[in-house]
Design a protein around this ligand. Structure first.
Ligand code: ZN
Length: 279
C-alpha cells in the first residue's frame, strides 16, 4: 500500500468549533515546513458559520455532501460542492478537525475500513492515551471526510463551543503531527487490528407531555463516554428530582454524552458496540 502524499486538513466544518479553525489560521506554515515531502492543503470549510459562531448557517455542512445531486440554495450546499471538487482533484488523505462538548478524549472517526485508515488508527492507538476509534460506515458519503477513501475525523473533547482550550488544541496538533509523520515516513503496518466502536442505538432525553426537555444527564453519568454499560444504568435525572434508569440488553459503550449540538434532535448520547477489525 502506498499512502497518498497529498493531505487536506479541514477546520471549521462546524463554525463554532474553534480548535480546527485556529489550526487552519495559525499553524499552516509550521506544519508544511515540518513535512516538506508532503503536499499539504488547508481548508477553512465554513467561514460564514464561523462569522456567526454557529455550527452552520443554513444546514449542517457535515451532512450536506449526501445531497449534492439535489438543487439546494443553502450556503453549505455550495461549500460542499467546492470542497468535494478540491478533495477529489487528486488522491489524498483528509483530516477533518472537530471538537465535542462530550468527554471523548482523543477520538478518531473513520467511515471507510481500508488498510490505510485502519493502520493509521492502529499506530495512533499505540501512541496516544485516551484514544479511541469510532467506526461509522458512510455508504451515502454524507460526511466531508468521506469524500476521499482515505480520511479521518478528529473529535476531541471536552471543550465548549466557541472556546479555544489548551488541551484539545495541543492534542489536535499532536494527532496531526503523528498522522503526517506516519505518511511521510511511510511507516505504516501492512497488517494488524484495531478496536472500533460502532454506533448501535441513540438514546434521547426525557420529555414532558408538552414535548419539552424534562431532565438532564445524571451527575453519575456525565463524562462517562466509552465506559462500559451492562444491565441497569442511570443516565438521567428529571427536573423534579427523579432518577431515571435504563437497561441494556448487552455490553454497550456510550459516546457523545451531553453533546451540545445534539439537543436540537433531543439526542442525549449514543450506545456503541465494540469490535475488533483486522486489516
Ligand atoms: Zn463538529
Amino acid at each position: 500500500m502506498t499512502p497518498p502524499s497529498r493531505v487536506v486538513i479541514v477546520g471549521g466544518t462546524h463554525g463554532n468549533e474553534w480548535t480546527g479553525i485556529q489550526v487552519v489560521r495559525h499553524y499552516q506554515e509550521t506544519i508544511k515546513k515540518k513535512f516538506p515531502k508532503l503536499e499539504i492543503e488547508f481548508i477553512l470549510a465554513n467561514p460564514q458559520a464561523h462569522e456567526l459562531n454557529c455550527r452552520y448557517k443554513d444546514e449542517d455542512l457535515n451532512r450536506a455532501f449526501e445531497f449534492l445531486d439535489q438543487k439546494r440554495n443553502s450556503y453549505e450546499h455550495k461549500r460542499a460542492h467546492e470542497i468535494k471538487m478540491q478533495i477529489q482533484s487528486s488522491p489524498c488523505l483528509v483530516i477533518d478537525l472537530h471538537t465535542t462538548t462530550a468527554n471523548m478524549g482523543n477520538t478518531v472517526i473513520i467511515s471507510h475500513y481500508n488498510s490505510l485508515n485502519l493502520s493509521l488508527c492502529e499506530k495512533l492507538a499505540q501512541q496516544f492515551k485516551d484514544f479511541r476509534v469510532i467506526g461509522a460506515p458512510d455508504p451515502k458519503k454524507k460526511y466531508l471526510a468521506s469524500q476521499s477513501d482515505y480520511g479521518v475525523i478528529l473529535e476531541i473533547g471536552p471543550v465548549a463551543n466557541g472556546v479555544v482550550a489548551a488541551v484539545p488544541l495541543e492534542s489536535t496538533l499532536q494527532l496531526i503531527d503523528c498522522i503526517l509523520g506516519l505518511l511521510d515516513g511511510q511507516n505504516l503496518p501492512a497488517q494488524g487490528s484495531v478496536e472500533v466502536y460502532e454506533e448501535a442505538q441513540d438514546i434521547h432525553y426525557p420529555k414532558n407531555e408538552k414535548g419539552e426537555l424534562n431532565g438532564y444527564i445524571h451527575s453519575e453519568f456525565q463524562g462517562k463516554d466509552f465506559k462500559v454499560l451492562e444491565g441497569e444504568y442511570l443516565p438521567f435525572k428529571t427536573f423534579n428530582g427523579e432518577d431515571l434508569q435504563l437497561q441494556t440488553s448487552e455490553k454497550f459503550y456510550p459516546i457523545f454524552i451531553n453533546e451540545a449540538a445534539y439537543y436540537r434532535s433531543s439526542l442525549a448520547f449514543t450506545l456503541c458496540r465494540k469490535k475488533t477489525l483486522k486489516f
